[in-house]
Design a protein around this ligand. Sequence first.
Ligand code: ADP
Ligand code: MG
Length: 240
Amino acid sequence: MQDTGVHLRDVTKSFGAVDVIRGVDMDIPRGQFAVFVGPSGCGKSTLLRMIAGLEDTSDGQIAIGARDVTHEDPADRGVAMVFQSYALYPHLSVFENMAFSLRLAKRPRVEVDEKVRRAAGILKLSDHLDKKPAQLSGGQRQRVAIGRAIVRAPDVFLFDEPLSNLDAELRVQMRLELARLHKQLGATMIYVTHDQVEAMTLADTIFVLQGGHVQQHGAPLDLYDDPSNRFVAGFIGSPS
Ligand code: ADP
Ligand code: MG
């Protein structure tokens, strides 16, 4: 199988004179579920957007597998991003929302139909394909947003706080579904969250970010048991 791990080397981002990402190195092996946590403004979304190609790097390299994608078009990277605001098209049906990128890519009708129906099956949306987003619950809308990523069969999924608009009960349900989805698809996933429980339960590896760099990274229990400083402890460490 093709290597689809995500590898960052000394990645830097400045907006004007402000250094927002400062020399980030990371290696996320193929098929891993990586989680970024850290305070608001520490650069989590900027990092994701650079991996997606929605934002240029100021310096450094980004590779997917052995392929340097630093200057590659977003559409060529094999990456799909799911946002917190579902960004669905309100006038289109669930089916057409999920089919949108495939239609843009001029995929044959049979293929579009097959891919959308398969994604809908995985996400329990099969009975809702003719509805408009306004007729769906928040959880269903978020599933449509995930479905739009799935139909593209990306090597890498990027999630930017995808559950933070949902109520507590739905978050738990969607968290379990995301874990199932990861198992089922086997894709590399990078997930940004504020939620400690989400991070602890979903992650193979947690990256704790602060001020544009990685404070510490490791398996959830290792960080929990042995945070390298008070900052990390405050985010995911055991109360002491
Ligand atoms: P997070 O997702 O961790 O909350 P962001 O990546 O959104 O953080 O932002 C990191 C920092 O970069 C913040 O200080 C933010 O104000 C700044 N920033 C993000 N996007 C831009 C932009 N387009 N122009 C200027 N500053 C930006
Ligand atoms: Mg953000």
